[in-house]
Design a protein around this ligand. Sequence first.
Ligand code: HEC
Ligand code: HEC
Length: 320
Amino acid sequence: MKKCNIKVLLIAAIGVLIVFLILQFTDTPLVNKPVTSEVNINPEINAIFEHACYNCHSNEVELEWYDKVAPISWIVKRDVLYAQKVMNFSEWDSTPAAENGKLWAILNMVKSRKMPLEHYLKVNPEAKLSDQEIAVIETYVRALPDKNYPKDTLRKKTSVEEFKLWRKVDRLMDSVPLSPNGIKYSDDFKNWKVLSLNTLYGETMRVTYGNEIAVKAIKNEQFNPFPDGAVVVKAVWEQVENKYGEITPGKFINVQFMVKDAKKFSDTEGWGFAKFSTQNLIPYGNTPNFAVTSCISCHRIKAKETGYLFNVPLEINLKN
Ligand code: HEC
Ligand code: HEC
């Protein structure tokens, strides 16, 4: 009887070993692509990225032997391919404005300790960023000149005209092209409830509006999941200051939409994003999935607490 048990165990062990060995042949190993355009930033900051991020977000991946053993190698490969797609330090190739966007996304990710990925840190604890390294990144990113928007040069009078033009409901309604992911611009939000009004570094003013479904969900703190049909819209203006120090909106910059439809926008976790720029409302993005790389990363930070939204009342934010 006992002998028989040992035999069974032995056969099982050999079976597991064979399966394990076969697994090693199921996967093609990762091969580094050439570095086409390196990130050109402060070397001290780049050194931090090199030790903590390059193993996923670059074409200079240097894996340990245990990362190459199936089935772990499957997870590693999936992470690396996905990470290279969303942001690649070896294929940086960014306009100044896009570079600012990426660096802000990086700051958000490292401050909230979402990057490097937690399961990676368990195996590679040396990649964990110290508080000091995060502070160095933060100081650098916060000091970046805002390359996105030229400083406002409009005089007050022009800004009143700018606002009148913007208010003109139905102005362009039928001629505005759809956002590449199918979201249609609509002027309706101008009559919705204002969720918040804020300014960013004294450069821009932002007004965020919510439709009835969104306002009700926020009031009831129904964030997980946020109900389908909710729409939140943010209008961004340059900020003008007169000689008395009063601030008003200047030139209209863009309007950004978040439309909740779990099925339709499953690629971006249920929220459809869109951005329409200038008074001509030119839609942003070249491909239907532009928001995967340009929008969701920052908003994901708020996924659990407030259903992907930043502008919720302070008392809700303080609770989380
Ligand atoms: C183990 C692999 C891995 C490491 C190491 C890693 N990342 Fe990531 N990163 C990913 C993956 C996978 C994604 C895409 C999935 C996601 O957003 O969760 C991602 C997404 C991101 C994004 C979002 C990009 C976007 O626009 O959606 C940023 C920013 C980012 N990482 C920054 C960093 C920084 C900075 C470091 C180093 C401090 C780092 N990552 C280290 C795997 C990694
Ligand atoms: C670099 C990080 C970042 C990226 C990338 C980003 N957002 Fe945001 N977004 C924010 C922050 C922070 C706020 C809140 C501050 C404010 O009102 O400007 C916000 C607010 C919003 C709001 C108002 C609702 C809310 O969450 O408070 C909308 C709508 C919005 N963003 C749409 C977009 C769209 C569309 C894109 C992509 C084209 C995008 N965002 C990309 C950080 C980001």
